[in-house]
Design a protein around this ligand. Sequence first.
Ligand code: BGC
Length: 450
Amino acid sequence: MAHATMTFPPDFLWGTATSSYQVEGDNTNSDWYTWEAAGHIKGDLGAGRAADWWENAERDLDIAAEMGNNAHRLSLEWSRIEPEPSVFDEVAIARYRAILQGCHDRGLEPMVTLHHFSNPLWLVEKGDFNNDIVINYFRRYATKVATELGDLIPKWITINEPMTYCVMRYLTGEFPKPSRLGFGGLFEAIHNLLRCHVAAYHAIKEIHPEALIGTANNIQIFEPRPGGNIIDRWWANLVRRIYNDSWQDALHTGRYRGLVGSKFFEGLAGTYDFVGVNYYTRFYVRFPPPPGFVERDWGPDAVVSDGDYGEVYARGLFKVIDHVWKRYRKPIYITENGVPDAADRLRPSFLLDHLRQVWYAINFCYPVMGYYHWSLVDNFEWDRGWTQRFGLIAIDPQTQERTWRPSARLYREICQSYSLNDEMAQHYAPGMLPVMWPGDLPGSSEPRTL
Ligand code: BGC
């Protein structure tokens, strides 16, 4: 019997998150498809059939339901819905309808992302976010989706991680090449992404005024490297302002503040009903920045995930929630949080520790309404191919065999009981017991010795 329990509200949303290109497979009309073919991906495996969702999403939705989830965040592939300009594929739309209905039938409330890093090839030929023609195209795409599928979509994300997307594409060159590389192209793209968001927000609300709409923001902890000087601190502040805050600030005030100057966008202020937070890690930064922008040296005590992806820093999630609430005063969803960990050596304690931060926040009246773990299943991890595994469920991409990692069983216990308790910690991550309950557990026969 559990001695100590941290209980979540009865209306809390327990989900996982995926994105279309990463799980569907064979998205041949996307810019990622040609980027992969040109050899820009780590490892020998491309997306291929990915997690086979185009044919078989239902197999994993069954697993999500079995895992006690009551929500799922997924994205739509624009290049499937509109494979050529102005040509909408009704078969693809019907398939998405079946997948969304499949979510509802299994008690999984869908949250749907319209743009998650992937573009139709025809749009890229026209210069995509470096050409303001994209705004009308995005409005039309959003209108089509709202008209055909909106009755099944209570929650929307217009754009996933606009800042990550632009940095990886326009500055570091890890994502498919844009028409204008560099800072000029980057800020032009951010402006056009903001205009796309505005267009989609109003288009969806016109058809479904009850829809809840936001964006999923990659918000990390950026700190000056230990022992850093005043310039490192200035740089950390600047990185936080631009990377973490500038996008959501613009949705709040209507004005985007870049590196120099600011720009007002008509109809933008207040175009969000909630803030989506994708939280993964803490980065140290220094000026001038090393190649790749962030330090890869976390210090001797840091717990670092596979492939040097990042430090496990759970307290950062609470800090981000606190920051976002004080800045925007809107409901918060943790739209992504996860760790690449093929052997599941970190994920059980990662889950307990991060969800403890969410529980703590809720108990101090921060309106965190739901948590979507990244990810339900292993999937195609963009430029890192299949070299990093984020799934609660392991997938062999060649055989499509699925295996429950221990953390999937832990997440099931959490979702089913709406709680974290000492029995779970004892079973899945005993090292977390003294972290989560530093005092002697009530009724425990073994008092802790110091
Ligand atoms: C992205 C996901 C990605 C995950 C793990 C997020 O930035 O939205 O698509 O797989 O991070 O790297």
